[in-house]
Design a protein around this ligand. Structure first.
Ligand code: NDP
Length: 477
């Protein structure tokens, strides 16, 4: 752990084991932080805030830039660690770290662009300034699927805005995030500006969120955890940003470029073993395109290569994070099959000696599905693509909106007018037309409905770390 500028490993306390999901073997241990550690980290962050909020924008930008340079220098080692603890193929881990570097670069620039306003007066002799100031110490809590990137999406705007941070990574993937924090330590972050505490969220959560020094909580994880965080933040009326679960639809119109829709659909349904908030969870295809789409989708899925991502860096898919995740995937498939779904591909562990030890699972394609099945309404967070035939685009939109989630929706059509009208009707924070690109730092990313609260990325994301102040001045002359 890193608290108040010092690396710290408590002696004689129990530790948390880190498992390689490709082999099931424990390969590292990290300290189990306590409430006392949380308290020390937040006191340090509060002390540091009094100085950091006064730092020049160029000084804040410089810290982010230096940390980025160190991250890029160490990228090969950190990527290996990320693959080892998370399971994603090495090339994907490198991609996550490059995107992290891009986020640091973007918010380094934004640190120097925070501006206020001068608004018109209502009466003679009055002047009205609007300035923006950092909200205060931030608790940043991240999940295990994109552990470094999703922490960086919080740390970078927070530091750029002049906030200090206490980082709490997911317990399954604490190692690459620790190296990310080390980049800031070595870049010369003043003590207390960034702190790292490892430990179980269920035990540390309250201590971190309810702490009187905590001004804001930025969280990515499950919707249920989001609710707990909201409750814990309620007493102190703490600012919160929540990026939660999703259940993302892909709609394929009859006039779509089917090749592009299949390529995009397979990529976004199975990447990272479907363990992404913006994974495609259900696919609606207009009748006229249905048979061709399904056939091509299965064919493309068959060609995906599954492997231990350290041994085969360019594999398409690695293992799932753990047995619980694999079991949930099996359960969702079994429920669908019991209710009449057909498994066109996958549905089981891949065969072969190399898959015996880890948490591997085949990408799975289901048809004959309906909204009575769990897989069509609950987030599987696994590699399952259920495909449903619909009679019209309107019907597809109705089904797509039949969800408590509203994170991302995707749509393929060659009629842009139709696409835009559908995009406006879809109750989602992001709509991709003819592409399945993920979150990019320049554009706002936030869930509608129970997928979240607030925005990450872009200028909108920076605003979440700033408070607005009106200064009303009366001239006494
Ligand atoms: P969890 O909600 O289980 O955990 C996320 C983080 O919260 C972990 O660091 C965890 O710690 C911590 N935590 C757990 N309980 C509490 C608590 N009571 N108070 C404070 N912190 C707590 O999510 P997962 O790690 O399983 O991540 C998967 C989820 O993340 C999926 O639902 C997915 O959709 C969502 N997600 C959303 C994204 C978005 O942008 N909308 C992006 C990526 C993922 P510990 O690990 O110690 O339990």
């Amino acid at each position: 752990m890193f608290i108040d500028g010092t690396w710290y490993e408590p002696r004689g306390r129990s530790k948390m084991k880190v498992v390689n999901p490709a082999t099931g073997e424990v390969f590292a241990e990290v300290p189990k932080g306590t409430k006392e550690d949380a308290d020390r980290a937040l006191e340090a962050a509060a002390r540091a805030f009094t100085q950091w909020k006064e730092a020049l924008p160029s000084e804040r930008a410089s810290l982010l830039e230096k940390a980025r340079a160190i991250l890029l220098e160490r990228l090969p080692q950190i990527a290996r660690l990320l693959t080892q603890e998370q399971g994603k193929p090495l090339r994907e881990a490198e991609g996550e770290l490059k995107a992290t570097a891009t986020a640091l670069e973007y918010y380094a620039r934004k640190a120097e662009e925070i501006e206020g306003e001068i608004l018109p007066a209502r009466a003679k002799g009055m002047r009205n300034l609007v300035i923006k100031q950092p909200v205060g110490p931030v608790v940043a809590i991240g999940p295990w699927n994109y552990p470094v990137l999703l922490i960086a999406w919080k740390v970078a705007p927070a530091l750029a805005a002049g906030c200090t941070v206490v980082v709490k990574p997911a317990s399954q993937t604490p190692l690459a995030v620790t190296e990310f924090v080390r980049c800031f330590a070595e870049a010369g972050a003043p003590k207390g500006v960034i702190n790292l505490i490892t430990g179980p969220g269920r035990e540390l959560g309250e201590a971190l969120i309810r702490h009187p020094r905590t001004a804001k909580v930025a969280f990515t994880g499950e919707t249920e955890t989001g609710r707990e965080i909201m409750r814990a933040a309620a007493d102190g009326i703490k600012r919160i940003t929540l990026e939660l679960g999703g259940h993302c639809p892909l709609i394929v119109a009859a006039d779509a470029d089917l090749g592009a829709a299949v390529e995009g659909g397979v990529y976004r349904a199975f990447r990272n073993m479907g363990q992404i908030c913006n994974s495609i969870n259900r696919i609606y295809v207009e009748e006229a395109a249905y048979t061709d789409f399904v056939e091509a989708f299965v064919e493309r899925t068959r060609r995906l290569r599954i492997a231990n991502g350290l041994e085969e860096p360019d594999a398409d898919l690695g293992p799932m994070i753990d047995e619980a995740a694999r079991e949930k995937t099996r359960r969702h498939i079994q429920d669908a099959v019991a209710k009449g779904a057909k498994v066109l591909y996958g549905g089981k562990e891949p065969e072969g000696e190399q898959y015996k030890k880890g948490y591997f699972f085949e990408p799975t394609v289901l048809t004959e599905v309906n909204h009575e099945m769990i897989v069509m309404t609950e987030e599987t967070f696994g590699p399952v693509a259920p495909i449903m035939k619909v009679s019209s685009l309107e019907e597809a939109i109705k089904y797509a909106n039949d969800s408590i989630y509203g994170l991302v929706a995707y749509l393929y059509t060659q009629d842009l007018d139709k696409g835009l009208r559908a995009a406006e009707a879809l109750e989602y924070g992001t709509v991709g037309i003819n592409n399945v690109a993920g979150g990019e730092v320049e554009y706002p990313y936030g869930g509608w409905k129970q997928s979240g609260l607030g925005i990450e990325l872009s200028d909108y994301g920076l605003e979440e770390y700033l408070l607005v102040k009106h200064i009303r001045i009366r001239s006494l002359r």
